[in-house]
Design a protein. Structure first.
Length: 492
């Protein structure tokens, strides 16, 4: 295939050159009807390129095969057999993958460190989760992906499971043993889904951890906007092997997806694929060298340390590490990651990716260079100098792994759609949760609908909120109350 091609971008260019006169949506008609103040902020080219995919970019029969060609090129670029582009984000793509593998009341092995979009998929589908515990680092209070042995144990106990889902890399860069987990599944003719939302760059540089398709996964979901050059909501899911019918996957995606996909998002993904095939090894290799320099500089700042392979990889931890999420541990300072993130934004206009009770993550990509990392390093040095001026960090009561683990008493769907009540948090222990409660970012639910609430988990969330944790999906974001299932109130 000719990877100098960019079918969507080229079709968009032809559309502009043709002088097309649309009597179709979008109603702004190539920016002619857009409010001038909006144009001042967003720019006219955004609206000129906001056209219909069918009946605009291509004809209503898709006879030019614009999107089909772009998907074929993407599949070829990453060594997949089939690729589907989505403009609805990986939150939708992972749901489509789950619905392809398991149906209502069927079981799916799921790493308990899954993103909230996976839990949303369980709620919508009625799939029964068989939770597989992550590898928990009690010293650093961080979860790494579940091991292949953990999946082996889970599938042996639940041979009825229709397949498995694992998240890798985590938002902190920790990578699972995907080859080992794929072997566990395939020995039983079960498919493996990998939520690789943070791994779009992995296929394009030989110095990075193995990516899902090369490791033997059946379906891989990735977000082009996270570590790539695509626009927000750009997502791709890839397929290989004979355990999943591509027509079924396509139909599940069509069931959930929009009938008005954004050509802008398609074009961003199409151009990013071309960029990576032609220059990815060089661009990402440069980012890796930059990340190594930044890590060394940060490790030289008194009071800061950067988590690396020594902290994350090894027995009982992760199988590999993507070094581009530069995760900075602040535990030697008197402040939390929440305080650090807020201070950096307020005083240096530096936005970090993640913040928790003791860490911040400063994600690097091929788009960074010294013009971005030098100000970051200056800001971090000043943060250390000023840390003593900030109020002492509020303590967060992080439970042990055993205390974190809660019993799944019913399907997430049944709890979420059942008869519910809001009870004071002090009275919630022992009740069955009817909502997700998710520290965000990174968006991994601490509480899933259908789980029996425990005091240590509630105490962790309450002390977290007091320290600066955000719980955007909780009914009561201050967590003075919790939404629980009324006894006997399961949905039919």
């Amino acid at each position: 295939m000719d990877h100098y091609e960019a079918p969507v971008l080229e079709a968009l260019e032809r559309y502009h050159e043709s002088g097309a006169l649309p009597f179709t949506p979008p109603g702004h008609k190539q920016a002619r009807g857009t409010d001038p103040e909006v144009l001042n902020v967003l720019g006219e080219p955004v609206f000129r390129s906001d056209v219909l995919a069918l009946g605009g970019l291509d004809d209503r029969h898709a006879s030019n095969g614009v999107l089909e060609r772009a998907e074929a090129l993407m599949a070829d670029a990453v060594r997949a057999e089939h690729t589907f582009l989505s403009t609805c984000g990986s939150s939708l793509s992972v749901k489509a993958a789950m619905l392809t593998v398991a149906g209502p009341h069927e079981s799916l092995l799921v790493g308990r460190d899954a993103h909230k979009s996976v839990v949303s998929g369980l709620i919508l589908s009625g799939v029964r989760p068989i939770w597989v515990d992550p590898a928990w680092d009690a010293e650093r209070h961080i979860a790494h992906p579940p091991s292949a042995a953990a999946f082996e144990e889970a599938i042996a106990a639940h041979p009825e499971a229709r397949g498995a889902l694992v998240t890798s890399p985590t938002p902190y860069g920790a990578c699972a043993d995907l080859g080992g987990i794929a072997d566990v599944c395939h020995r039983r003719q079960r498919p493996l889904i990998v939520d690789e939302a943070w791994g779009a760059h992995l296929p394009f540089c030989s110095k990075l951890p193995a990516w899902a398709m090369d490791a033997g996964a059946d379906i891989c979901v990735t977000s082009i906007h996270k570590m790539g050059s695509g626009l927000e909501q750009g997502s791709v899911f890839h397929l290989q092997g004979d355990l999943i019918d591509p027509a079924v996957l396509k139909s599940r995606a069509d069931l959930l997806g929009t009938t008005s996909p954004s050509v802008l998002i398609y074009a961003g993904m199409d151009g990013w694929r071309r960029q990576m095939v032609l220059s990815g090894e060089k661009l990402i290799g440069g980012a890796l060298r930059l990340a190594d320099d930044v890590r060394n500089e940060i490790n030289g700042i008194d009071g800061l340390s950067v988590d690396g392979r020594g902290e994350y990889v090894g027995p009982g931890r992760a199988a590999d590490l993507d070094p581009l999420p530069v995760v900075i541990d602040l535990h030697r300072l008197p402040i939390s990651g929440y305080q650090a993130a807020d201070w950096l934004r307020e005083h240096h206009h530096v936005d970090v990716h993640l913040a928790d009770h003791r860490r911040i993550s400063t994600q690097l990509t091929h788009a960074d260079d010294s013009s971005t990392t030098d100000p970051l390093l200056r800001a971090l040095r000043e943060l250390v100098d000023r840390a003593g001026d900030l109020p002492p960090a509020r303590p967060v009561d992080v439970p042990s792994p055993g205390e974190l683990r809660t019993e799944q008493t019913c399907l997430p769907r049944d709890a979420f759609f059942g008869t519910v009540d809001d009870v004071p948090v002090d009275e919630a222990a022992g009740r069955v949760a009817a909502e997700m409660i998710t520290p965000y970012p990174p968006g991994i639910p601490a509480v899933v609908p259908g789980e029996r609430l425990k005091k240590p988990v509630l105490r962790y969330l309450r002390t977290g909120v007091e320290a600066g944790m955000l719980l955007p999906d909780a009914t009561d974001q201050r967590l003075d109350s919790v939404r629980v299932l009324v006894e006997g109130g399961h949905a039919d």
